[in-house]
Ligand binder design. Structure first.
Ligand code: NAD
Ligand code: MN
Length: 347
């Protein structure tokens, strides 16, 4: 078979711990694979003044796919700095962030099998912000633009409905495929209104006639998700709501340390754990590698290595179900390395 080239961008904090773990897993299931280590991140910015070198993007484009760790984006403004992963998603038009959240017995003792599809290129993430100072009072006003386009909304909705049909081919906890459209168009009737209408328009396609369509205001979405997570199948949301919902959903399956994602475009895929750089545990060797390992499986799945991806998923599920080798976020005492070795032993 042909050889595969995967770009690795560990970036900051625990990204440097979990990406090497995912790399080991890929090496175990694929014979011919080359890895290219690429720089990006806030730590790189502090050293060089550049968070996402052009070289990283250029080399990435020659790879078959990539894995990204996490970045430590500070909460205060740093002149010249902008998050490299947000930039990469836009530069490579990775317009969907696909986030599966599932567990046979979630935190509430109820099964969860959700697929959150987060729009990845617009909404408030266009980062068009500005400050205005009142000349009389000297008090500031901060403004942000939020862009929602019919084009991006329909494109993400199509992905959600297509995924609902794909998922329905395998047994799930849902008797019929369903897409829940998340918005806040009771308040933001123009922006969220356009998102909602665009999703509704896509739903009209006869291809999707067997998919149940529901909608949920984002606040009540959070409420319902914590009370009856089992009712949600595919969930499609604008960028910011999708981000928030998926961190919440992670709590329902035990930890952010197990939730994977793939940034998907028409021509490229970057696997990426949903979690951030976790400065509170970075460097201790106890970060949970499972989110990154599952992201590697998602990447391989997208690249057509479906059997290998399934093998990884099953091995990870076995480690989680056995519950003997778990990192502290899941209540265990194991290290990143021990969990990684345990997954390998189950491959
Ligand atoms: P975080 O996801 O880094 O951490 C939240 C909590 O979850 C922490 O207690 C952390 O220890 C825990 N956690 C996360 N991943 C874990 C893992 N694999 N194993 C065990 N525990 C894990 O979110 P935060 O603390 O809000 O943000 C920290 C930094 O990460 C910030 O600078 C933020 O900008 C950045 N961030 C980056 C991304 C990204 O790269 N895509 C996403 C979210 C946050
Ligand atoms: Mn997030």
């Amino acid at each position: 078979s042909r050889s595969l080239t995967i770009g690795l961008i560990p970036a900051d904090g625990i990204g440097k711990e979990v990406i090497p773990a995912a790399q080991k897993i890929i090496e175990h299931v694929i014979d011919k694979v080359d890895f290219v280590n690429l720089d990006a991140g806030f730590e790189l910015f502090q050293k060089t003044g550049v968070a996402l070198p052009d070289e990283t993007v250029e080399i990435l484009k020659k790879c078959d796919g990539a894995l990204f760790g996490a970045v430590s984006s500070p909460s205060h403004k740093v002149a010249g700095y902008s998050s490299p992963i947000v930039a990469l998603r836009k530069k490579m038009d990775l317009y969907a962030n696909v986030r599966p959240v599932s567990s046979a017995k979630g935190a509430l003792g109820k099964p969860i099998d959700m697929l959150i599809i987060r729009e990845n290129t617009e909404c408030l993430y266009i980062k068009s912000e500005r400050l205005e100072k009142d000349p009389k009072t000297g008090l500031q006003t901060a403004w942000a633009d939020r862009r929602i386009t019919e084009y991006a909304s329909k494109r993400i909705a199509k992905m959600a409905f297509d995924m609902a049909l794909v998922r329905a081919k395998n047994p799930t906890i849902h008797s019929k495929p369903k897409v829940t459209i998340v918005h806040k168009s009771n308040v933001l009737s123009v922006t969220d209104g356009l998102f909602r209408e665009s999703c509704r328009a896509v739903a009209q396609n006869p291809e999707y006639k067997d998919v149940i369509v529901e909608e949920q205001l984002v606040d009540s979405m959070v409420y319902r998700m914590f009370r009856e997570p089992e009712v949600f199948d595919v969930v499609v949301a604008p960028n910011l709501y999708g981000d928030i919902i998926s961190d919440g959903a992670a709590a329902l399956v035990g930890s952010l340390g197990v939730v994977a994602s793939a940034n998907v475009g028409d021509n490229f895929v970057i696997g990426e754990p949903v979690h951030g750089s976790a400065p509170d545990i970075a460097g201790k060797g106890i970060s949970n590698p499972i989110a990154a390992i599952r992201s590697a499986a998602m990447l391989l799945d997208h690249l057509g290595y479906n059997a290998e991806a399934t093998k990884i998923k099953v091995a990870v599920d076995t480690v989680l179900t056995e519950g003997k080798t778990l990192t502290p976020d899941l209540g265990g005492k194991a290290t990143t390395e021990q969990v990684t070795s345990k997954v390998i032993a189950n491959l």
